[in-house]
Design a binder for this molecule. Sequence first.
Ligand code: TYM
Length: 331
Amino acid sequence: MEKRIFSGIQPSGRLHLGNYLGAMKNWIPLQDKYRCIFGIVDYHAMTVTYTPKEMEKRILDAAVNYIACGLDPEKTILMIQSLVPEHTELAWIFNTLVSVPRLSRIPTYKEKIQQHPENVNMGLLDYPVLMAADILIYKSFAVPVGEDQLPHLEIAREIARKFNTSYGKTFPEPQSITEEKGMRVFGLDGVNRMSKTLDNCIYLDDTKEDVEKKLATAVTDTARKRRTDPGNPDVCNIFNYHKLFSSKNELSEVTEGCRTAKIGCLDCKRILADNMNRELDPIRKRQKELWKKTDEVKKILIDGSEKASEIAKETMREVRTKVGIGLRKKS
Ligand code: TYM
């Protein structure tokens, strides 16, 4: 059987550098090695309050970014979760294999109910079960994600094990693929993970000037009070970004310059802004082109979802037989 990979992003707002460095950028090389399926997980995005009229725009925005960052619909399946209803069908079956106390101990659930005390809905609790279904409906052996998603992957492995023990070997236990460098990108505040909820992001559609402005006010080594004070790159978030965008030579120059106060934070940020913009420029250019042909983007998603459906239907046929629901032509 072909080796399959699944990953996805929620269409819950503009995509940011955390999504790019923790996920999408790492998906690109996988396209040549495996059968990759990358989803836009719109059911997941419904677990927090949203405006229905904006959802389609967000789905398209995610798709535009997927393609602009280098996902190739010729090689890879790009799909929308809700267009393949087998995801939610399998999630229902998986619901019977995991306990409520287990789900309520997951850190992201605890975080979400703190952030949205007015909307503690079942979907928030069930979120990792649907995610397990997203992955296992394609029998994916691996899932490229950022560090924050690892507790969810653990649930997917537990569900796969439980299913296999209860009904016979069916699913692989999916492994995570995380890249050391980008697995936890901090926000401009230098303290929290980059996240749209915290509004501490550089977005993939920020302009060159936006990037410069945002970096200019971003938190650095807080102990460095004056331009003449030496700084410590080890505790500076700007240096973390340098590791993701700058060359080895620049890294040593910046390290040396900072420790000896030869360069100030603003000089250091200017070098970073140039490097960041160099990487983001072609993405922004492709975004603009793709926004002019959204019909093509929609077709890519519809075709991709149809291809995904074929695999998903086959898995569901097998699952229904194994768990004994419905009727078969011959008993
Ligand atoms: P989402 O939409 O929150 O994030 C999408 C991807 O971006 C990564 N990411 C980050 N990585 C590093 N640093 C950050 N600051 C950062 N912020 C976001 C996330 O780790 C993720 O890989 N539950 C998932 C969506 C999902 C999914 C799936 C993923 C649904 N079903 C099945 C994989 C497989 C989520 O909320 O991602």
